[in-house]
Design a protein around this ligand. Sequence first.
Ligand code: TYD
Length: 200
Amino acid sequence: MSGRFFVLEGLDGAGTTTQAARLAAHLREHGREVIETHEPTDGPVGRLIRQALRGEEGAVDRQTLPWMFAADRADHLTRLVEPTLARDADVISDRYLHSSLAYQSLDRPLDLVYSLNADFRVPDLTIFVRVPVDVCLARIEARGGVREIFEKREQLAAILEQYLLVLDRLEARGDSIAYVNGDAPVDEVEAAIRAAVAGA
Ligand code: TYD
């Protein structure tokens, strides 16, 4: 028996973190053991990535991020995801390789990003929480704190386009992808995600 691997994806401000926690609570109510996790991770490579995302001096350049995210993902799978699934617990990851395909293809050719991520486990279901760029920006604004390097209008618009393109391609390859309208009350988004998981 193996657990199920769920991934939540969306632009910054799409609400994936809130929804990951709600989906985990729902599955636990149904008796499942669930591990909630996220990328970038809190591991050694993830910490280097965070420095770059904050635009810190001395951090790796964003051109190097495709390799960093791939290394962080390999570490994440080895250390946490695979062992958890192997003992029949479910994993919910807030972001995974789809983020790399959508975000890193701003700086490097998409084919390169694909090849770096080609061998990683395919999720049982990927849920894309779709929210208009302006709504994401308003939420990022309201949240306050340090703006990360991708949190700008033109970039988010380009990332959304890339997301839709790569998700389409992955779906054509046979991946399970659900699209959920994230520009709705939190409870409604949660219900839509539950429905997608029930049908998966
Ligand atoms: P996020 O979880 O949204 O950060 P926070 O918890 O600070 O809101 O992810 C951080 C950023 O990293 C986000 O802008 C998306 C980006 N990212 C990539 O560019 N590539 C990737 O492969 C991943 C996993 C994230």
